[in-house]
Design a protein around this ligand. Structure first.
Ligand SMILES: Nc1ncnc2c1ncn2[C@@H]1O[C@H](COP(=O)(O)OP(=O)(O)OP(=O)(O)O)[C@@H](O)[C@H]1O
Length: 322
């Protein structure tokens, strides 16, 4: 891969001051590392929810593919920046390259792109590739997904049932980070009632009956811990989907999905396709989230479509991105 200075004329850092583990010192460190190779570095702090979309849209529209955009935050920040980059890129033009610095809480996007590599090593590998460096970077065109009913962009994935219910429970839990997500899943599982559901992949019904959850995406990790889609690859042009039906005891699901033990069990379906529909069969609304945000409204049907190779993203070279 060429050095970043040969590819980019500027760097824009979009940082969320509320993300779980960020600080002004971290953002100054990112800017300093970039400025050694690319002198034109601009940093912006998001002022509130949605501001990442606005900032990224403006950068994509003004600078196009010549700018490296660094999202410094957690998965919420990354989702906003991605949305803005896609919105701001004119049809037919190449979007800016995205790099993620994981200073949020779950950081599932960064985990998918780089695994456990420290972000400082990842950034150095991107800025100044060295044949003998500890890691190598490459730009991969990652798939994105769209929720047809609302036109919203999906980045990491979406889930009906238990995972969506856990988001509602999480608001009342004092813990932080991954521990909070784990506790929320456990509490939601204890009170869970399966819904009457159907899942179709490219028009074929792969599941119908009492349903605990149907997760589609997307990233292998959700909330930094749950590995619902352990085989998912983010640049293969396909959606993976995993359905857990009500023959699996709900209270076992949090542990099963944390270590991947649900795969291959009776009552679990794993499939792959380009268009996945998750619906209820008794006309009751389905609880549903994507990227950790609950979808409001009484929806009975959700259709997720793949947008293949939609965004260039800096990733760890030589390993599947997922
Ligand atoms: N200035 C701000 N004040 C308050 N909230 C903000 C501000 N800027 C961004 N946000 C919001 O903060 C939310 C949380 O950010 P983010 O998801 O990046 O961090 P996190 O929750 O710590 O990490 P993760 O999602 O990886 O667990 C986002 O939904 C974003 O819209």
């Amino acid at each position: 891969m060429p050095a970043a200075a040969d590819r980019f004329t500027s760097v824009v850092i979009i940082a969320n001051p509320r993300a779980g583990t960020t600080s002004p010192a971290v953002v100054a460190d990112i800017a300093r590392r970039c400025a050694r190779r690319i002198p034109d570095v601009r940093s912006f702090w998001t002022a509130g929810r949605g501001d990442g979309v606005r900032l990224a849209r403006a950068v994509a529209a003004a600078d196009g593919a010549s700018v490296l955009v660094i999202a410094a935050g957690g998965d919420g920040t990354v989702r906003e920046v991605v949305e803005g980059l896609v919105q701001g890129t004119p049809p037919g033009a190449a979007p800016p390259v995205l790099a993620v610095v994981p200073v949020g809480t779950g950081n599932s996007n960064y985990l998918a792109q780089w695994g456990e590599v420290p972000w400082t090593d990842a950034l150095e590998a991107l800025l100044e590739p060295a044949a003998d460096g500890p890691v190598r970077a490459e730009i991969r065109w990652l798939d994105l997904y769209r929720l047809a009913e609302t036109s919203e962009l999906i980045l990491l994935g979406a889930c009906s049932g238990l995972v969506a219910e856990a988001l509602g429970v999480a608001a009342g839990i004092e813990l932080t980070g991954r521990a909070r997500y784990r506790e929320a899943l456990t509490r939601a599982a204890a009170r869970h009632r399966p819904y009457a559901g159907r899942v179709e992949v490219d028009g074929d019904v792969v599941h119908e009956g009492p349903t605990i959850l149907a997760n589609v995406g997307g990233g292998r990790y959700r909330g930094g811990i749950a590995r619902l889609l352990p085989f998912s690859v983010l640049d293969d042009g396909y959606l993976d989907v995993c359905v857990i039906d009500a023959t699996v005891p709900a209270e076992q699901v949090p542990e099963l999905i944390t270590d991947g033990g649900h795969i291959g069990r009776p009552g679990v379906v794993y499939a792959r396709g380009k268009r996945v529909t998750i619906s209820s069969t008794d006309h009751t609304p389905v609880p549903f989230e994507h990227d950790g945000e609950l979808v409001r409204g009484d929806h009975r049907r959700f259709t997720v479509e793949v947008l293949a190779a939609a965004l260039p993203v800096a990733c760890h070279a030589g390993r599947p991105v997922g």
